[in-house]
Design a protein around this ligand. Structure first.
Ligand code: CMP
Length: 135
């Protein structure tokens, strides 16, 4: 039975600067996901802290907030079968240097903080994160 879901991806400042927005979104379209909403924007510090609140106690939190605010980003809500888990599979390992070829990070990135793209890790995260971006 089909499990229709929505999820959020954010093309991070490194992905935007490398001109990868079209290529990344095209992968999801080719897979069969529908674009439900799309937004070009730049995070401010307050919004970034809310967006990454679950990481607030991590040693890399300040670096992460600073990086995500460093340039333009593109937020995109995608809809399709098992969107949360399938999109995460397509995105690949958080450490781009260890992400498998065929995944977005494996093919297009090398960094950790600067790992090209964010994708919601659960239905609950999707609801919280998409409200922050598309308010
Ligand atoms: P993202 O999927 O956006 O979710 C949280 C982000 O934190 C992650 O991608 C990385 O960009 C970043 N991150 C995770 N672990 C580390 C780390 N050890 N050092 C720096 N950044 C990290």
């Amino acid at each position: 039975m089909s499990n229709l879901e929505q999820t959020l991806i954010v093309v991070k400042p490194d992905g935007f600067k490398k001109g990868l927005v079209g290529k990344i979104i095209s992968r999801f379209e080719q897979k069969g996901f529908q674009i439900v909403n799309l937004k070009l924007f730049q995070f401010d510090v307050d919004t970034a802290k809310r967006f990454y609140e679950s990481h607030k106690d991590k040693h890399f939190f300040d670096e992460l907030v600073s990086f995500i605010c460093s340039g333009k980003t593109v937020g995109c809500i995608l809809e399709g079968t098992n969107a949360v888990s399938t999109v995460r599979l397509m995105v690949g390992n958080t450490k781009s240097s260890e992400a498998l070829p065929g995944t977005i990070r494996g093919d297009l990135g090398i960094g950790l903080t600067d790992n090209i793209i964010h994708a919601s890790d659960s239905a609950e995260s999707f609801i919280k994160e998409s409200k922050i971006i598309f308010n």
